[in-house]
Design a protein around this ligand. Structure first.
Ligand SMILES: NC(=O)c1ccc[n+]([C@@H]2O[C@H](COP(=O)([O-])OP(=O)(O)OC[C@H]3O[C@@H](n4cnc5c(N)ncnc54)[C@H](O)[C@@H]3O)[C@@H](O)[C@H]2O)c1
Ligand SMILES: [Zn+2]
Length: 704
């Protein structure tokens, strides 16, 4: 290989890795699987090992993580938060054991502590002495670029498994001082991940690829109330001194015990063993647990137990020598694509679902995998009858990653339907989007999910109209065959066995007590309670009804804007696209979807029925002031007294709007301490900058 071509390869690999790291760490939207990324990285490592003169300090092989994001205060870590070296098989692992023992005096025994490698993002929590007795969570930081993290304290405070205070008694029992640092992994449990993606889909947002990206994206949103809803979890695995970040106790095993006593969540799957054989046994025992934990793990972390030995072994540039991550094999298999089913979700999104010849992958039999959308089918070039590779990487739902075998004879093209498989109405695809949707509000496939959504808290608030009741109203029985994640998808298509009592949202309002009492487990009292709840919902304000109708892109805020602009449903229904765009904050895409929705005959009929039934559908009277109306604010840095959420609330209550990024359209940037690039951008664009006092003055004006 000529030098020139090696240089070019190295350069290209670095560029690619940087691109994918940006997508992964900063945007939380990876395009490669971890396996694909790792093989690029390993190629670069191999080239750099052959040509050490080409190693530069900014090569992706030498760096940890991504860049700290804007919008958060940046804080330097007590000591760098590093990455871990990887072992991909038993051989790598044993070679590491030899290196470890070689780095220590010959006579010393080495014990290893084995832990699950949780697949989330690491956080550093600083606990400091409080004025009362005990210790208080002072700060929570992300890893950032390893040296400097993002201050995400207000988000971290919403995670229930992170104690906000630790009493003096607990500290004493754990043998901890008042001040210390805890590092650990923040993960999003599978259940929370699936729920979040459902919500994203309903709001017309791109789903997160896996729980890790979802957790990372969540912890870096600027809205703690959103974080609180997402049910993140935290497992502690390092205990450090507050100053300098040295290990606090004599060993990793003692540290884990102390963390548990202090009230931190510590993963129960842990073992301290006295040889690499013991490590290998732990790995054999834990890998099969992978599917039943309820959260992602991607391997096992092995740490030299004794602090003194850790210190002696020290660090390479990017990782400690005293720890290694044993990575589980990517969970992939090869099987035949037997057919494709088309599933209709609540928002009408049609998802092609691959029907596979059953294949055993990572402890589960996989029979279905998602093909996402028609573009994905084209990208993969997959046809029915092909042999495909199926992966269950960090993803909960298996996906097809490629065609393995050149097409044997007799394969068949996958034809995406033009009409909804459930109701036959023409599918619609909006410009710039990849998904086809059924826009018929009364489509039976959508109906079940729709009714559940309609009755939900925060929408029409119909208590008692949950999953089970909706199933009964539709005359469906649950298909409770199996409880794995893949099978759950199957359960989303329950079988209708009885004549449904309800065929549209409007039918809810026609239910009678006799009908309800006829259902399983429904007594006189609960039937009446449900009818009362349904009747009460007729008074729901227009914004809630709009939300309940499940119009794409129409989340709570958009629903409120539309409701307050039009006041009632009739003028909204009759509005042209141009008129819709006139509404404050409504852009052409939302205007077009809303217009399309009301242009559909079925939807018009539904609204007409709801009016006849007596739903009020009127806008709520605005009680707030409007002096900041039409003004857009961007918040940056830490304000002296107001939290970001409260500042946002106050601005919105006065009719203003808070945006995440500065542009020419920004009216004011409210800057606090340590304001970063947003302040610079505001200054360069000539946007007005005010401090907290200035904001309060504007709000004061709002009161007059
Ligand atoms: N798909 C992509 O495009 C893409 C891009 C960049 C990185 N990646 C992936 O990210 C990973 C590299 O990231 P990394 O540097 O965080 O390394 P890593 O994830 O391989 O290992 C280090 C991390 O393990 C975590 N960890 C979990 N459990 C732990 C425990 N019990 N003790 C100690 N640490 C524990 C910590 O967060 C630590 O930061 C690779 O697996 C790579 O595949 C993927
Ligand atoms: Zn349909």
């Amino acid at each position: 290989m000529s030098k020139g071509s090696v240089e070019e390869q190295v350069k290209e690999l670095r560029e690619q890795l940087e691109h994918h790291e940006h997508l992964y760490y900063v945007m939380d939207t990876p395009e490669l699987t971890d396996g694909q990324y790792d093989s690029l990285m390993n190629r670069l490592k191999a080239l750099e090992a052959e040509h050490p003169e080409m190693v530069t300090s900014d090569s992706p092989t030498q760096r940890v993580g991504g860049k700290p994001a804007d919008g958060f205060q940046k804080v330097k870590h007590s000591r760098p938060m590093l990455s871990l070296d990887n072992a991909y098989n038993e051989e790598d692992l044993r070679a590491w054991d030899v290196r470890v023992r070689g780095g220590l005096p010959g006579t010393e025994a080495v014990a290893y502590t084995c832990e699950l490698k949780l697949d989330g993002l690491s956080l550093a929590l600083h606990y400091r002495g409080a004025s009362h007795d005990g210790s208080q969570l002072e700060r929570g930081l992300t890893r950032g670029d390893g040296t400097t993290g993002e201050d995400v304290t207000s988000n971290v405070r919403t995670i229930r498994s992170i104690p906000l205070t630790i009493s003096a008694a607990k500290l004493k029992a754990a043998g901890l001082p008042m001040e210390f640092e805890v590092r650990g992994e923040c993960v999003m449990p599978h259940a929370a991940f699936l729920k979040m993606n459902e919500e994203f889909e309903a709001a017309g947002l791109a789903a997160k690829a896996n729980p890790r990206n979802a957790a990372a994206g969540t912890i870096r949103t600027l809205e703690p109330n959103i974080v609180a809803q997402r049910r993140l979890d935290f497992y502690a695995y390092f205990l450090l001194q507050a100053e300098g970040g040295e290990m606090l106790l004599g060993s990793q095993s003692e540290a884990l015990t102390a963390l548990g006593k202090a009230g931190m969540r510590v993963n129960p799957q842990v073992a301290t063993v006295d040889s690499i054989d013991g490590v290998w046994e732990f790995i054999q025992r834990c890998e099969p647990l992978r599917d039943s934990l309820g959260y992602e793990i991607d391997g096992i972390v092995i740490k030299v137990d004794k602090a003194a030995q850790q210190r002696r072994l020290g660090f390479t540039g990017k990782a400690p020598r005293w720890a290694i991550a044993y990575k589980f094999a990517a969970r992939a298999g090869v099987t035949k694509l037997e057919g494709v089913a088309f599933q209709v979700g609540r928002t009408g999104k049609v998802t092609p679902v691959a029907q596979l010849s059953p294949v055993f992958i990572g402890g589960t039999t996989v029979k279905r995998a998602t093909l996402h959308n028609p573009d994905e089918i084209v990208r993969l070039g997959v046809r029915i009858g092909d042999f495909v590779s199926v992966e269950r990487g960090g993803d909960v739902i298996p996906k097809i990653t490629g065609v393995v075998l050149e097409k044997p004879r007799g394969t068949q093209e996958i034809v995406f339907p033009e009409c909804c498989p459930a109701c036959g109405s023409a599918l619609v695809k909006e410009e710039g989007e990849v998904d086809w949707r059924c826009v018929n509000a009364s489509c039976p496939a959508r109906l079940r999910e729709e009714l559940i959504h309609f009755g939900a808290r925060g929408v029409m608030n119909i208590e008692g109209l949950g999953d089970a009741m909706v199933g009964q109203l539709l005359g469906q029985v649950e298909d409770a065959v199996d409880e794995t994640d893949i099978e759950k998808e199957e359960a989303a298509a329950p079988v209708t066995v009885r004549e449904p009592l309800v065929r549209s949202i409007a039918d809810l309002y026609r239910l009678t007590k006799e009908q309800l009492v006829g259902l399983e487990r429904v007594g006189d009292k609960s039937a009446q309670a449900l009818l009362d709840e349904i009747a009460k919902s007729k008074k729901a304000p227009l914004s809630r009804v709009l939300l309940g109708l499940g119009i794409r892109h129409v989340g709570q805020r958009t629903a409120e804007l539309l409701a307050s602009h039009f006041g009632a449903i009739e003028p909204l229904m009759g509005a042209t696209q141009d008129e819709l765009v006139q509404v404050n904050e409504i852009g052409p895409i939302v205007a077009a979807t809303v217009h399309d929705f009301f242009a559909q005959e079925q939807n018009q009929a539904l609204v007409k029925e709801l009016l006849e039934i007596g739903l009020e559908m009127k806008a709520e009277k605005r009680v707030t002031t409007t002096v900041l109306e039409g003004l857009t604010f961007v918040l940056t840095g830490t304000l002296p007294t107001l939290t970001r959420e409260i500042a946002k609330e106050k601005i919105e209550a006065a009719g203003g709007r808070v945006s995440g990024s500065v542009s020419k359209k920004t009216d004011y940037v409210v800057a606090g301490e340590d304001a970063g690039s947003k302040l610079e951008k505001a200054e360069s664009l000539g946007v007005k900058v005010v401090d907290e006092a200035g904001l309060l003055e504007l709000l004061e004006g709002a009161k007059e």
